[in-house]
Design a protein around this ligand. Structure first.
Ligand SMILES: CC(C)(COP(=O)(O)OP(=O)(O)OC[C@H]1O[C@@H](n2cnc3c(N)ncnc32)[C@H](O)[C@@H]1OP(=O)(O)O)[C@@H](O)C(=O)NCCC(=O)NCCS
Length: 178
């Protein structure tokens, strides 16, 4: 195992096809985990997940990393940067901590911070964009703490759990990063 980015509670390494297993599959079939994600509306299978990871790991326009707990080496989630625009210096961020036992310990903040620092410093990215559903209070808190600001809202855009939810686009310039 080769660490790519090193944090306090977690480290990040390149995701591998061998990370696609029942555990990872479980995350994407759990409503509590997927309520803020595009995944979950339709069932995910091992085959479709394998396909997805294979696609991401071979796509030059995506950096996808496995989030691993330092103490146990357990794979607890993923984080990715994608849709790079090398002319404008922008990319998009997406994070998933699939193991609910690891929520609320500051890992979401830590993992985003490490990845954002990498994007700004190593990849010379100027601005990072992300999309978040309005009912994803935890995620919005993480992003605001890091300096992201709302740049626009698609009103009642997402059908989720019997209601239409706003979708926010949040952006972060390197100069705003906390
Ligand atoms: C969203 C997610 C990344 C947050 O990760 P996390 O490790 O729980 O976040 P942290 O522990 O760093 O929390 C940061 C802050 O948000 C708060 N917070 C986290 N989840 C919360 C929730 N559900 N409700 C209210 N506050 C919440 C924490 O209390 C903390 O506040 P503090 O710094 O003032 O103490 C994680 O829950 C997750 O991966 N969820 C499933 C996938 C997902 O929704 N991804 C985001 C898609 S946009």
């Amino acid at each position: 195992m080769i660490k790519f980015l090193d944090g306090n509670q977690i480290y990040l390494r390149a995701i591998e096809l061998s990370d696609v297993n029942e555990n990872y599959l479980k995350w994407l079939n759990e409503p509590e985990v997927t309520t803020g994600l595009v995944s979950g509306t339709f069932p995910t299978t091992l085959a479709s997940l394998q396909n997805y990871v294979e696609q991401k790991t071979t796509d030059k326009n995506t950096v996808m990393l496995a989030i691993c707990d330092k103490e146990s080496n357990k794979h607890i989630g993923n984080i990715k940067l994608d849709n790079f625009d090398w002319v404008s210096g922008t990319c998009e961020l997406g994070v998933l901590i699939g193991e609910k036992d690891f929520w609320g310990k500051g890992i979401g903040s830590e993992v985003c911070k490490l990845t954002i620092k990498y994007a700004f410093e190593q990849l010379n990215i100027r601005k990072i964009l992300l999309a978040v559903y309005a009912h994803n209070i935890g995620a919005i808190k993480v992003y605001e703490k890091l300096g992201f600001v709302n740049e626009g809202t698609l009103r009642q855009h997402i059908w989720s759990n019997g209601a239409y939810i706003d979708k926010h686009y949040m952006g972060l310039f390197a100069s705003e990063f906390k």
